[in-house]
Design a protein around this ligand. Structure first.
Ligand code: ATP
Ligand code: LTN
Length: 341
């Protein structure tokens, strides 16, 4: 059982977030997450969060973290998240996230948390002594993010599915132990959200943690930089512009990116470029990328040029988030026997 997954507006509640892990988002973040969010905000009561408490589960430079937190929020707005329509806020500005995470930690099994594959991968990579306890409870904080707002829908990539499953388990457990409190959310892999691959290594996902930035298109890079990367993107020798993920990963990736950004189908691009060369496809793609990135870059720069105004927008949205969060938290505390003021 769960409480009604609708907001006062009658729309279902949605929560999603992204870490402020670098100044610029990349094309994969844009196509796989942000672009979907912009569309979804029309149909949902949406909460979009810059999850800086998650970011500090691995070491961060404090000044850089502040800058990338603001830059990430600015890019959300520049890409079309409307802070009047959606609640766009910074996680550390709503204290309920840390508070609910603590409460949920106490009903999470040690073994259960230890089975999270992302934690296992990361802790193996870093080693036990440099892996923080924060990283271990990262998924519990993520559950708190979602459950605080009674979100019914959580748009995330495939790699986050296990964390949403844990969130569902914790919500169900809490509800049966303490009484119906949380909406049990559903992970939604955004329909048709394409996976974008590295331009130099088109079988690996485009990621800011790639060994080299030469295959990564950053939203905020100058047009010349992205142009060079596109013109040097890996293709193949057969010269035919055709989508075939297995046999032609490079060309297929370029077609996917083009289609996503131009709002065209891959088929229509195949016919448009039939008989033409890879150079033509790349030139076309350079223009399409700039037509989408250009306005986002300009708007982001405007927002970052007035940090006081950006902070004012974020604070107002954090107030809104806080109201919703406190309502849930009060019930949680009461049901768990914690005396509130
Ligand atoms: P990492 O360096 O850990 O790979 P990242 O910047 O590549 O990080 P995340 O921060 O894990 O990506 O993801 C933020 C959002 O962007 C998620 O919703 C994720 O699904 C989406 N995303 C990231 N990379 C891609 C990609 N290459 N294609 C499609 N979506 C992506
Ligand atoms: N772990 C997620 C980011 C994230 C999130 C959330 C996503 C933190 N809290 C709540 C959806 C809902 C990631 O790395 N993409």
């Amino acid at each position: 059982m769960s409480t009604a997954p609708v907001s006062p507006s009658g729309k279902p509640i949605l929560f999603s977030g992204m870490q402020p892990s670098s100044d610029s988002l990349h094309l994969g973040n844009y196509v796989g997450a942000l672009k979907q969010w912009v569309q979804m905000q029309e149909d949902y009561e949406a909460f979009f969060c810059v999850v800086n408490l998650h970011a500090i589960t691995v070491p961060q430079d404090p000044e850089k973290l502040k800058a990338s937190t603001r830059a990430t929020a600015a890019q959300y707005i520049a890409a079309g998240i409307d802070p009047e329509k959606s609640t766009l806020f910074v996680q550390s500005q709503v204290s309920g996230h840390a508070e609910l995470a603590w409460a949920l930690n106490t009903i999470t099994g040690f073994g259960e948390a230890g089975r999270m594959t992302q934690f296992k991968d990361k802790s193996q990579r870093f080693g036990a002594d440099t892996t923080s306890v924060g990283l271990f409870t990262y998924p519990v904080l993520m559950a708190a993010d979602i459950l605080l707002y009674q979100a019914a829908t959580v748009p995330v990539g495939e790699d986050q599915r296990q964390h949403v499953e844990l969130t569902r388990d914790l919500a169900t457990r809490f509800n049966s132990r303490f009484g119906d409190t949380f909406t049990v959310p559903v992970a939604q892999m955004p329909k048709g959200a394409a996976k974008i691959y590295d331009l130099q290594e088109p079988t690996a996902k485009m990621s800011k943690s790639a060994d080299s930035p030469s295959g990564l298109l950053s939203l905020l890079d100058e047009p010349g930089v992205n142009k060079k990367k596109i013109m040097r993107a890996v293709t193949d020798d057969d010269g035919e512009i055709r989508f075939d993920r297995e046999a032609k990963p490079g060309v297929s990736n370029l077609l996917t990116i083009y289609a996503e950004l131009a709002g065209q189908s891959v088929e229509s691009l195949e016919s448009e470029y039939a008989g033409k060369g890879y150079g033509d496809l790349k030139k076309g793609l350079v223009e399409v990328v700039e037509s989408v990135f250009g306005p986002i870059r300009t708007r982001t720069a405007e927002l970052l040029a007035d940090p006081a105004e950006l902070d004012r927008i974020l604070a107002g949205n954090a107030d809104r988030a806080n109201e919703a969060a406190q309502a849930t938290l009060r019930t949680v505390y009461d049901r768990m026997g914690l005396i509130s003021r």
